[in-house]
Write a protein that binds this ligand. Structure first.
Ligand SMILES: [Zn+2]
Length: 333
């Protein structure tokens, strides 16, 4: 039951990535939310919040319409097949909406995003020393060609960073492959490791991992909101304004072809990365709401609507009967 609105400008935006049946997945080491826990969390939200639709948030921003008290918006990043298999049926059952942000190249060209390759490499190799040995060999082999730093200089980072949720080896591997190594070289390393430990058939893997156009249409017809997450899933803050514009335009052409994301539309920043020129590009393209990875409850009276913060699924209980509203704080990358 929707509570009477008092016009609160606050909205809790929850971020999800992988949601799958962990008892059956071929990758039990993948950092994913179990589908049973997801159902428990949705029941919890239904008890404590008013789950709103993206259209309500867009209207609250553009037409100053009021949001219900304890408004909560569900967002799902990266266009995973998980979302049509495990998320959509649950949301459908309860008559609530999720907003799904799809990286267009991954879902339309059957290419696996580097960030996903890294997740599956890590989930496929339990002894992380093996990956480190391969990385060392590649650093040596390509040092001159890619003008790399010395091996020792990189390995120094192995002890430099600790994290609550990952071992130092995992933190190091992610850091090297996500940002430390020069872009062309880190793509090469990621590809070599993905082919060696996960699969040589990237296209089939992509078909299994991501939604396709029919899935997206089915979810759209079922009342879900499908939003833009860029075309190539780049760190958009690193591109020129012209390339930022192309990224946004190409993603909208695809989505509008499926009758999704009409203007004003909602956007989700890949890796939560943005800069001033990207905000201008988005505004000009007709974007009214965009979500980041900053951790907080959003307040549309004080936050820039193009920079709304979110909370992670791990910040909330996974069962209906839990009484505490928030458990811990983390952002999954
Ligand atoms: Zn993403």
């Amino acid at each position: 039951m929707r509570k009477k609105s008092n016009g609160s400008p606050k909205v809790t935006i929850v971020m999800y990535h992988y949601v799958r049946d962990m008892a059956r997945t071929r990758y039990p080491d993948l950092k994913a939310l179990d589908s049973g826990a997801f159902l428990g969390q949705i029941r919890y939200f239904l008890k404590h919040y008013s789950v709103i639709r993206m259209e309500e948030l867009l209207e609250a921003v553009t037409k100053k319409k009021k949001l219900p008290e304890n408004a909560l918006l569900l967002t799902f990043d990266d266009g995973y097949k998980d979302h049509v298999e495990f998320v959509f049926p649950v949301l459908n059952k309860f008559g609530i909406q999720g907003s799904f942000f799809v990286p267009v190249e991954a879902v339309s060209k059957h290419k696996v995003l580097d960030v996903n390759k890294i997740h599956f490499i890590l989930a496929s190799v339990s002894d992380k020393e093996k990956i480190l040995a391969d990385m060392r060999a590649l650093l040596k082999r390509y040092k001159a060609k890619y003008k790399l730093k010395s091996e020792d200089e990189y390995l120094r980072l192995l002890v430099a960073e600790e994290c609550r949720y990952d071992t130092k080896e995992v933190v190091f591997i992610k850091r090297m492959l996500q940002r430390e190594l020069p872009e062309k070289f880190r793509t090469l390393v990621t590809d070599v490791l993905f082919r060696k430990y996960v699969t040589e058939d990237e296209a089939s893997f992509a078909r299994e991992l991501y939604l396709n156009s029919d899935d997206i249409k089915r979810m759209r017809d079922g009342g879900m909101y499908i939003g833009s997450h860029g075309y190539n899933h780049y760190w958009l803050n690193t591109l020129t304004p012209k390339r930022q514009q192309e990224e946004i335009k190409k993603s909208l052409v695809f989505l509008q072809g499926l009758r999704c994301s009409q203007k004003p539309f909602a956007f989700c920043y890949p890796y939560g990365a943005y800069n001033d020129s990207l905000l201008k590009v988005l505004e000009k393209a007709g974007c009214a709401v965009a979500v980041t990875t900053r951790v907080s409850v959003a307040d549309i009276a004080t936050d820039n609507p193009l920079l709304l913060p979110r909370l992670d699924t791990n910040d909330f209980p996974k069962t209906e009967t839990s009484s505490n509203k928030m458990t811990r704080k983390t952002v999954m990358v």
